[in-house]
Design a protein around this ligand. Structure first.
Ligand SMILES: CC(C)(COP(=O)(O)OP(=O)(O)OC[C@H]1O[C@@H](n2cnc3c(N)ncnc32)[C@H](O)[C@@H]1OP(=O)(O)O)[C@@H](O)C(=O)NCCC(=O)NCCS
Length: 185
């Protein structure tokens, strides 16, 4: 996890080859948190999880295990607009560029923010459409993808040209490279 100013902004990320299930404490704590869910929330989580899983499989297949993932990103409302969010995401994309690994993430309404950082939406879906209790519009979810600028010869022998053409339209990049205020734990 990376933070800015001890909590003004926070980002969790996953690294290539990392297996979430290997951490028994995380699995145990997640199962306790899940028990707090109402039945409706559990149902909605299941719906979102299965749609996300299908989109990921369709977009990347097994290759997803060899990518970086931006998992959680948030900046405190009073600290927004100072470049913290962009700087955190740029750290992951710069690591990906350095070692030739692509980056992906899931977002609902922040996709335009990620587009400014070089990501493109390559899959999208909706959740909540079949929930009779939900009166609003269905919630859009998107898988965003950013290929590494340099391919890793050990990883991306078969980096999918179709994926790049379908998903990558280039980027104007970002001005924010403010690594100095970022801490990791
Ligand atoms: C998205 C978020 C992390 C950006 O953090 P930040 O520290 O303010 O980011 P930056 O200062 O680097 O960039 C701010 C820019 O992003 C834009 N932006 C922020 N949220 C956006 C969104 N949802 N859609 C489009 N643009 C967005 C701002 O308008 C601003 O644009 P500008 O530079 O042209 O003025 C922050 O707004 C946030 O925590 N939002 C709520 C949680 C969230 O949506 N997280 C992402 C979930 S995947």
């Amino acid at each position: 996890m990376l933070t800015v100013n001890k909590g003004d902004a926070v980002m969790r990320y996953g690294t290539p080859g990392e297996c979430k299930a290997l951490n028994p404490w995380r699995t145990f704590l997640a199962s306790l948190v899940d028990k707090l869910d109402t039945r409706e929330l559990a149902k909605r989580k299941k719906e979102a999880d299965s749609k996300i899983e299908a989109m990921l499989k369709d977009a990347f297949g097994e290759k997803v295990k060899e990518m970086y993932e931006v998992r959680t990103l948030a900046t405190a409302p009073e600290a927004q607009g100072r470049g913290y969010g962009s700087a955190l995401v740029n750290i992951v994309t710069e690591m990906g560029d350095a070692d030739g690994h692509d980056v992906w993430l899931i977002t609902s309404d922040a996709y335009r923010f990620y587009e400014t950082l070089g990501f493109s939406a390559i899959r999208s879906s909706f959740v909540g459409g079949d929930n009779p209790k939900w009166k609003g519009k269905p919630i859009g979810i998107r898988i965003m993808y950013r290929p590494a600028k340099t391919a890793n010869p050990f990883f991306s022998k078969e980096r999918n040209g179709a994926l790049s053409e379908k998903g990558w339209e280039g980027s104007r990049g970002s001005q924010h490279h403010t690594k100095d205020f970022v801490a990791s734990d």
